[in-house]
Design a protein around this ligand. Structure first.
Ligand SMILES: [Zn+2]
Length: 261
């Protein structure tokens, strides 16, 4: 038997929970879909007289004159699932593409190593020149500063130091970028291939994260969604449809285009 206090507490909890259910952040796509009229879609859950619950998305301006119809949440979200399916890359393709970008990374590294070597050489050369300059300035022959005046020395020294600094920074950047883009590409391939599954099994915040990574622009018009991913994932999508027949000879250039080359 519940005491009055306990009963009230339970009632309060139930009320809190049903209030929560009406909150729009319980839907994965609120705030992410634009109505054709330009305003955002919101979502709601209602209970039928039979007690059955149903959820739908509608334009936030539907009571202010927007004539776009509401759309049931499962139907709308099914369109997103279909879209994510288009980003799926075949396992054999991911394997092939990963191998390919790793190979490119190897070639890239060779070029970088050569560049690093020439930067280091140039850096050493400037260091030596600077040392020679200082020797000359300090040498007894230069006691009367006819060989090298203080101003000449300071100006040249400054110039060499700036040059050395620039090269040191260049070298730092070369080492920093190493391998980053290939890891990034492999991450993109894997994410794309798993986006639909992530959506299916993920909670609401995972679903929202998936959509934000893809950078999808979603417009609702008459119960149909037009979903445009950002440039990178648009390219992945075009790879996805091709990857049904890969690996073919055109794949290299398509992956290259992904990297914006
Ligand atoms: Zn609208």
């Amino acid at each position: 038997m519940l005491t009055d206090d306990e009963f009230n507490l339970v009632q309060e909890q139930v009320a809190k929970r049903s209030r929560a259910r009406y909150k729009s952040h319980n839907f994965p796509l609120t705030g992410l879909i634009q109505c054709k009229c330009g305003y955002q879609l919101t979502a709601e859950t209602r209970t039928k007289p039979s007690g059955k619950q149903y959820s739908y998305y509608k334009c936030s301006q539907s009571s202010n004159g927007c004539k776009q119809p509401r759309i049931s949440a499962p139907k709308l979200e099914e369109q997103v699932v279909d879209f994510l399916g288009q980003l799926k890359l075949k396992k054999s393709f991911v394997k092939f593409a990963t191998k390919w970008v790793r190979k490119m990374e190897g070639q890239d590294r060779e070029v970088r190593n050569r560049e690093c070597y020439s930067i280091k050489t140039e850096h050493d050369r400037i260091s030596k020149t600077l040392d020679n300059l200082t020797d000359k300035w300090l040498s007894p022959v230069n006691e009367d500063k006819t060989l090298l005046t203080d101003i000449e020395y300071r100006t040249l020294k400054q110039k060499y130091l700036v040059g050395k600094d620039k090269l040191a920074n260049k070298l730092k950047m070369q080492n920093k970028d190493q391998g980053e883009w290939t890891d990034f590409m492999v991450d993109i391939f894997n994410f794309s291939s798993n986006a639909q599954t992530l959506w299916r099994i993920g909670d609401i915040s995972t679903k929202r994260t998936v959509m934000s990574i893809i950078g999808a622009n979603i417009i609702h018009d008459d119960r149909k969604l037009a979903i445009t991913p950002d440039t990178l994932f648009s390219k992945v999508r075009s790879l996805g449809s091709d990857s049904q027949v890969v690996p073919d000879s055109g794949v290299d250039s398509k992956i290259l285009s992904l990297m914006g080359e």
